[in-house]
Each structure stands twice: as structure tokens, then as C-alpha cells.
Design a protein. Structure first.
Ligand SMILES: NC(=O)c1ccc[n+]([C@@H]2O[C@H](COP(=O)([O-])OP(=O)(O)OC[C@H]3O[C@@H](n4cnc5c(N)ncnc54)[C@H](OP(=O)(O)O)[C@@H]3O)[C@@H](O)[C@H]2O)c1
Length: 259
């Protein structure tokens, strides 16, 4: 894959893994469109990477979970006469706790952002890539996609959707030069658990590991990749264990401890 002079749109680029993607694509010569709600943070990332790598960076501060957000974003991108060559669907969040105690509006927001926005942005920009026979869509799933996660029931299910959807779209691309890949990080250094509540399972990996794994996967044109050797092994072993045990182990890691 060649990224120099291309334009990469990254959602959730104001923190954590998204910032690492901004750095990784800029380092490879790609111009950037950075999207998230916190404009001050996006401006800071834009300033740093444009100075360091000499790429052009467009900041779009927007709440992607709001109704009509994708159409609004598309309009802004089109008005700036930008072509999205690479799309990184990274924005997402989880909520740690019992499903029956989760605020219903928060659950709907989680599904809208993690699934609805990701699918609609893919629908918005993949056809152009296919037409140009060039480009890539990177969808951020999670190791939570490989088994049910009591304590993060909705989150795990959204990530299972993301991985299944992405792998299926990869299967529809045939011999196109366009790449589509689902990236499944395990616990990673970011603000994820500040937002979700609870604590990460295991020692978090640096966000740069997610980015390096992504570039390797894009070069290999695989439909799906897990970040880190230990995560790859545990994700592939899950299907050999009894479902009850798998659910119990996952629940042991993520269910709130006080109940
Ligand atoms: N960290 C982990 O352990 C881990 C593991 C597996 C998968 N993941 C996945 O990795 C992706 C990135 O998460 P992260 O770990 O880097 O978490 P993070 O540090 O909390 O970053 C999340 C990003 O999403 C943006 N975002 C959240 N809600 C948004 C909204 N309504 N509209 C627009 N942007 C929004 C946030 O920006 P604003 O708040 O400025 O809007 C932020 O830039 C997520 O899809 C997450 O599920 C994370």
C-alpha cells in the first residue's frame, strides 16, 4: 500500500488509538482528515503531525453519534473538495457494568457510533475507492468480538458485528486492489476505560502496536487481524472451550466486582 499524497479520514482522532493512527498515516506521507468532538484536542494533534511530517491536516469537530452525523460529515468533506482515499473507522466506546443498569440512551448511542456510523461511513466512501480501484477501510473491532462479554454486553456485541461485517465486505471485493480489514486490539493504552468505567483486562499494549499491526495487515490484504501474539492465541482458542466457561472467564474480567 502507498499512502503518500493520499487522504486518510480517521474518526476518534482526538485520543488514544486514533492519535496513533494520525501519527502513523502522517509518517507515511498521507494527508489527514481528523474527526471527533473535542476540537482543541484535534487541533493539537493536527499541529503536531503537520509540523513533524509536512502533511496537510483538516480538522472536523463533530459528534458522530448525533442523528444525521454521517451525512453532515460527508457534506463538510465534499465542500472542502477532499477525496477520502483511506477510511479509519476508529471512534467507539464501551460501557462497563450490568446491561440492565445501563442508561438506555447511552446504549443506543453506543450502537449508533460503534455500528451505525461505521457501516454508513463505509457505505459512503467504499464505492469511490472501488471505482478508483485504490484505497482502504480499516474498521476497529476488538478481542471483545470473539466471545460474549458480561459486564460489557452491548460493547462486545457491537464489536462482533464490526468484525463479521468487515470480513464479509472483504469477501465481496474479489480481486479489487481496495483493502478492507477488521483490526482487533486487546487492552490498549488510551482513554477507553476512563470513558467506560471499570479496569482493563491485562496489561495494556501501546496504541502504536495497533497501528503497526494494521499496516502489516493492509500489506498482506487479510480480512481480519488481532493485535499481539497472546491476544491472537487466546482469540483463536476461544472456540475450542465450552461456552459456559468462556462466558464465566470473560465475566470474571469485566463484571463490576462489588456485586
Ligand atoms: N483501548 C482499548 O483497550 C481498546 C481495545 C479494543 C478496541 N478498542 C477500540 O479502539 C477504538 C478507539 O478507542 P480508544 O481505545 O482509543 O479510546 P479513547 O481513547 O476513548 O478514544 C475514543 C475516540 O473516539 C472519539 N469519540 C467518542 N465518542 C464520539 C462521538 N460521539 N463522536 C465523535 N467521536 C467520538 C473520542 O473523541 P471525542 O471524545 O473527542 O469525541 C476519541 O477520539 C474504539 O473503537 C474502541 O472500541 C479499544
Amino acid at each position: 500500500m502507498e499512502y503518500t499524497g493520499k487522504t486518510t479520514l480517521i474518526t476518534g482522532a482526538s485520543a488514544g488509538i486514533g492519535v496513533a493512527y494520525a501519527e502513523g498515516f502522517a509518517a507515511r506521507g498521507s494527508n489527514l482528515i481528523l474527526v471527533a468532538r473535542r476540537k482543541d484536542r484535534l487541533d493539537e494533534v493536527a499541529k503536531t503531525v503537520s509540523k513533524k511530517y509536512g502533511v496537510s491536516v483538516t480538522v472536523i469537530a463533530q459528534d458522530l453519534a448525533a442523528p444525521g452525523a454521517v451525512a453532515k460529515l460527508e457534506k463538510t468533506v465534499a465542500a472542502k473538495k477532499l477525496t477520502v482515499d483511506v477510511l479509519v473507522n476508529n471512534a467507539g466506546f464501551g460501557v462497563n457494568g450490568f446491561f440492565i443498569e445501563e442508561e438506555r440512551s447511552r446504549t443506543q448511542e453506543e450502537i449508533a457510533l460503534n455500528i451505525g456510523v461505521l457501516v454508513d461511513l463505509t457505505a459512503a466512501y467504499l464505492p469511490g475507492m472501488v471505482k478508483r480501484n485504490s484505497g482502504a477501510v480499516v474498521n476497529i473491532a476488538s478481542t471483545a468480538s470473539f466471545q460474549p462479554v458480561p459486564g460489557m454486553a452491548v460493547y462486545g456485541a457491537t464489536k462482533a458485528f464490526v468484525r463479521s461485517f468487515t470480513e464479509a465486505v472483504w469477501g465481496e471485493l474479489g480481486d479489487s486492489a481496495v483493502r478492507v480489514v477488521a483490526v482487533s486490539p486487546g487492552s490498549t493504552e488510551s482513554e477507553f476505560f476512563v470513558v467506560a468505567g471499570g479496569t482493563p483486562g491485562g496489561k495494556p499494549m501501546p496504541a502504536t502496536a495497533v497501528v503497526e499491526t494494521t499496516f502489516a495487515a493492509l500489506d498482506k490484504n487479510v480480512p481480519s487481524v488481532v493485535v499481539g501474539a497472546a491476544n491472537s492465541i487466546s482469540s483463536s482458542l476461544v472456540k475450542f472451550f465450552p461456552k459456559k466457561s468462556v462466558i464465566k472467564i470473560a465475566g470474571g474480567m469485566f463484571l463490576p466486582k462489588e456485586k
